[in-house]
Design a protein around this ligand. Sequence first.
Ligand code: PLP
Length: 765
Amino acid sequence: MLEIYLDNNATTPVLPQAIAASNLAMISHFGNPSSTHVNGLQAKAQLDAARQRARRVLGAGAGQLIFTSGATEGIQIAVLSALNEVRRRSPSGAQARPKLLYGATEHKAVSESLQHWNQLLGLDCEIMAIPVDADGRHELDFLRIHASSAALVCTMAVNNETGVISDLAGIQQTLQACSSPALWLVDAVQALGKLELELAATRIDYATFSGHKLYAPKGIGMLYVREGAPFTPLMVGGGQESALRSGTENMIGIAALNAVLELLENHDPVFQSTPTLFSFRDQLVAALTQAFPDIVWNAPLNLTVPTTLNFSVPDLASKEMLDLFDAAGIRVSSGSACSSSASAPSYVLRAMKIDDAYAASAVRLSFGPAATQDEIDTACSRIIECGTALRRACLVPTDQPDVWRQQGLLRLESQGACCWLVTDAASGCCVIIDPLAELAQRIKNHVRGQNLRVLAILDTHGHADHVSARTALAAALADKLPQGAGNCDSLGWPDTGTIGITLADGEQAQAISVGELTLARTALRGHTADSVAYLAGTAESGRMAAQAMRHAFTGDTVLIGGLGRTNFTSSSAEDMYASLRRLAVLISEQCVICPAHDYHAQFVTTLSSERRFNPMLSRVLCAALPIPAEVFAKEKELVDSALSDHPAQVLLCGVTGKDCGNADDVRDDIHIRADLIKDLSHDLPDTLLIDVREMYEHNFIDVEAYDAPVLNVPLSRLAQHVNDWLGNSEQPLIFFCRSGKRGEAAAKCLRRLGHTKAWSLAGNI
Ligand code: PLP
């Protein structure tokens, strides 16, 4: 599939013209510009020509133009120069230190450099962030108040995450109006090639640029220094760059950058005109709106460069959107490349006071000025396909008739808490267990999209860490629930429509029929006084044998590698002890336990695995000599006392060791090389390749291209298939995804449960 690269704010591909220029610099013009022989003179001529061109393109006037390794270096030099000047002007012991101001949405290179050099030079200046308004523009009133006592003001020209264009004219006016003595640094990385720059005509003292943001390679950048602005070299040595930046020049990078600037200067058609860039954006906006009708733009389109779009699709996490786009061959990001692996919401969007829920869904799509009409057309049609895939998977509201029918168990997760949906597609009904408010919209979309009747919405206990979404969901899905569904107990168990069933210990329990499946309820006191378990399996002649139980929803009683806490006021460790021993009678060793929490992405467990990895449970269930209930209670008290209930943290509902179940035998030997799959599937023809990506991602792959049959079992549906796979532990299972992470998580889960032939495809597909 042809890749559509729409992450140009992170970095751009290198233009062929720039590659050709670099090659020439390596092959023919390889001299050192400081040498006095012909090769050196030739290189020096190239260097001078590149500098002259850069000066013209940037309107540098009489200012200095220094080649650097990139924008981060340029920022260091500018900050060091400005702060060294502060030191010079106000020697130690002098009165109040001036302030250092930077825009709250500035790239981290700026704020971190200010901290670093302020500390290193022992200045102790106050560093203040200039707030931005909801549009992402600097609060000029704040600047007005502080600019007269500031030594340095740093304001970027265009934001890398949102594309918001700063009001540099307004900032200049403000600085002039209050006769600010401050030096002014402008990070112009994202402006080059997108906005006209006439630096010498402004009050700007320092401006930084980066080659790899405009089709030159990484490792080359430029720093503009206004004539007369203070300067302190960061690097000294051979005196290159007029002794402003020592070190032999990166002639390969400079040649490439020069080639790009030549195209820019000559208005070469490789760079689209501004109206064309706007028309590209209009086209993308139309496609995105068609694909995701609820889309929200995180920055006003009339204040941004045409090449950057930052948007959120409510109730879909950035990661899900990125995975979807990636599967469709479109590369986008969730924010700046430096922070897109961090899970915290973007500080840029936070500074704009964008709701955390939207910030957590943010997607940045950025094309470059050299984008082509073909690329944009392909991107638009793929975006529309992405929208269709999301609707078919019922992740967004849909009235589409051809949704993907989903059978069996679905796990939804938020911050370690799990909600389970038990669905019988044939009879079109489901039961929802432990619904979370954060997932309520997703559950609604699913139920409505799949056109399911909701037989019951249940909780396994009264949750201490969150408010159940049960009542709100019942109201929102009233038309999907049976008449009189309001008549239920405090955990949602219906008063009517249940059947009587005998469990393996002889208990007469109540149950609900979910198609062929029977879901029985039994008390499981301990974690809380109201804790219950819902046991799903097949009933025969009104009985459910332990072997017939496929899934056990045990709430917070059995966690993965640990037990639910028993130090709430309504807890009882003795009751938990009795419940655990009863559970071992009601379900088999291989019954898949689906907990209400999964703190370490281990998905599900079984009693057999817990005996192996959960020492406490194993001693309770020991057939020969179980520990007495009083000993269990004492030990449990000690373990629970280690749980810290910090108000700022999510309340932990139990203790689970991070490594519990990731013992060495699970961790080792989990990866398999792609080139071995062909041999393996030849020797063992029942080898299964399992794509654990979500359906909307799998939809885009070419199944024929693989060396073994490919099954799609998204991680959210793993629990449904675990029983079958554990029942045939000789069948090789090879899990894969995009980056290898989800595949590895699935393989680890199966290994932990005792499947010895579960692997994860090493690396990327
Ligand atoms: N400033 C902005 C606005 C950027 O987008 C980047 C790149 O991510 C930088 C600075 C750092 O540039 P470089 O990678 O050249 O050091």
